[in-house]
Design a protein around this ligand. Structure first.
Ligand SMILES: O=C(O)[C@H](O)[C@@H](O)[C@H](O)[C@H](O)COP(=O)(O)O
Length: 268
């Protein structure tokens, strides 16, 4: 399956930009600088910063050099945080991405609860209803679905699983074809737990900026496939925003070792 066609057929999807770093700490430092740059561009655009984050190893990588800084580069009061995907479990459950992010990231910042857009726990038994409710939260934050064709996130931070999944979009899954819903349920996730919601490709590919963050040898094979063989149509290969949106892969050298795709020197 070729990468998802961009909104405007004439526009070629953005080619990924690969930055590889010697260590996980170097990646974390660069990610902090990358997020602050995206934040500042967003504040210049509309005086707020809308970010969607994933779970997994990302929150720890994200927090390391973003919290407890000696400068005031992070304008926390401008942040509105959503989840690129979330498991349909209570928010205090160990499988909850909110719970993970709260432990690794949010609890170390002055972010207020109202700035962190959580799923509605009262709807856990109804994945469809819960997806629609989360979509309503997006619509409110992005000035209403009737007037907005798609929410345009300032930054979406994604991980990539060993099978090439990202968010809760899995290889060969029907959800990869979803073109109208902004948020969709999945009840057969190959990665436990099975019940989740996820942002869909149209929303991902509308973002101003997307960054995949991945580390370790365990990602080597899949990262090579995602970047060197986009024709395989892995979910991570289908995240190709419509320009002027752009997509970055921030990795450590352990993960990018066998990738043929050209590296770009990290310069902000
Ligand atoms: O809810 C989830 O499971 C995550 O959002 C998921 O998409 C994650 O980003 C990948 O599985 C990579 O996870 P690691 O970064 O831990 O390898």
């Amino acid at each position: 399956m070729p990468p998802m066609a961009p909104d405007a057929p004439s526009q070629k999807p953005a080619e990924p930009i690969l930055h590889s770093f010697p260590s996980g700490d170097d990646l974390s430092q660069a990610l902090a600088d990358f997020v602050i740059k995206a934040q500042n561009e967003a504040i210049d655009r509309r005086n707020k910063f809308t970010l969607a984050t994933s779970g997994g190893s990302l929150p720890k990588i994200l927090a390391k050099f973003l919290v407890n800084r000696s400068d005031d580069a992070v304008r926390w009061d401008k942040w509105q945080i959503f989840f690129a995907d979330e498991r349909l479990v209570p928010l205090d459950h160990e499988d909850s991405n909110y719970s993970l992010c709260e432990k690794e990231f949010f609890s170390k910042t002055p972010l207020k609860p109202a700035q962190i857009h959580k799923i509605d726990e009262k709807l856990l038994d109804d994945a469809e209803e819960l997806s629609d409710e989360y979509e309503k939260q997006l619509a409110e934050a992005f000035a209403g679905k009737e007037s907005v064709r798609l929410p345009v996130f300032d930054l979406i931070l994604l991980g990539m699983g060993p099978d090439g999944h990202t968010c809760s979009l899995f290889p060969g899954h029907e959800l990869l074809k979803e073109r109208s819903r902004w948020v969709a349920p999945i009840e057969d996730s190959p990665k436990p737990p099975p019940r989740r919601i996820t942002l869909t490709l149209p929303v991902l590919n509308k973002a101003h900026r997307i960054a995949f963050c991945l580390t370790g040898e365990g990602k080597q094979e899949m990262l090579s496939k995602a970047l060197d063989q986009p024709e395989l149509g892995l979910p991570a290969s289908l995240v190709r925003p419509t320009p002027p949106g752009d997509v970055y892969f921030l990795t450590d050298d352990a993960a990018s070792k066998t990738v043929k795709y050209p590296r770009t020197e990290f310069k902000l």
